[in-house]
Design a binder for this molecule. Structure first.
Ligand code: FE
Length: 256
């Protein structure tokens, strides 16, 4: 069932937490998002074939999928955009993704030329007009993908943070906001230490995010951070976390 993260009647943000089959302990839990503004819609990171049908059915109550303007993809991984071919066939949407990945996306499709519907986001990011608002595609390169974007919604003040803030927990826990940050660190630390490329880029990102007015950080896996106090707990934590190449040593590179 979808969780309403924000709803003022004209602008709605929805999160789907349970579309990866709860019995699928072989597949990582992942979240999908829908932003609706004045009857127009954007899906953020709709996922792979496991989530396509559930998301297509689940979204109709808020937006007819024929009115889907965009798929906004943080990067090109299977749990982000693996279902691309189905969305291309069943909707008229454009797909926005880093310019680094536009020519890789056709490998998710049947081979038909969808070039006119695949839009490359430049490295510095862009504004995405949606209904009466503008969603900001903000740079999040190397978090974890080389060409990576997050999506900031200035109406709800939600930052859809992709893999940043991920916690590896089941869908029932993921649907609840984080309440005990210190306990939550255990579910985040191993992922961030390996998937985030270096502390240097985390610090650049934190500096950018502190200049946005963020009420909620909503990652693509696991639970969200609600309210400025909890958002700041996360920013303070990731800003000081050694990760990725910071932790690599020669012993990680010895042939077996
Ligand atoms: Fe990924």
């Amino acid at each position: 069932m979808a969780v309403e993260l924000y709803n003022d009647g004209n602008h709605i943000c929805l999160a789907f937490y349970d579309l990866v089959d709860e019995l699928s302990d072989h597949a990582v839990q992942s979240n999908q998002f829908l932003i609706v503004d004045a009857g127009h819609g954007a899906l953020i990171d709709p996922g792979g074939n496991m989530t396509h049908n559930g998301l297509l059915m689940g979204m109709q109550r808020w937006l007819n999928s024929r009115n889907l303007d965009y798929i906004l993809a943080s990067h090109a991984d299977p749990d982000i955009i693996g279902s691309l071919n189905k969305w291309m066939v069943t909707t008229h949407c454009q797909v926005l993704i880093s310019r680094l990945w536009t020519r890789f996306l056709p490998h998710f499709t049947s081979g038909r030329d969808y070039s006119e519907r695949i839009v490359g986001i430049p490295d510095q990011g862009m504004l995405v007009p949606l209904g009466e608002c503008k969603i900001k595609a903000v740079p999040a390169h190397f978090m974890h993908s080389e060409g990576n974007f997050q999506f900031y919604d200035p109406v709800s003040k939600i930052l859809f943070s992709g893999d940043m803030g991920t916690s590896l927990i089941d869908h029932a826990q993921a649907a609840q906001p984080v309440t005990d940050f210190d306990a939550h660190v255990d579910f985040m630390a191993p992922f961030h230490k390996r998937y985030m490329v270096a502390n240097k880029i985390c610090r650049f990102w934190v500096r950018m995010v502190r200049e946005l007015d963020v009420e909620m950080i909503v990652p693509q896996h696991g639970a969200r951070f609600e309210g400025k106090a909890m958002v700041n707990r996360f920013l303070d934590w990731i800003e000081n976390l050694p990760c990725g190449i910071d932790l690599m040593v020669q012993d990680n590179y010895r042939a077996p």
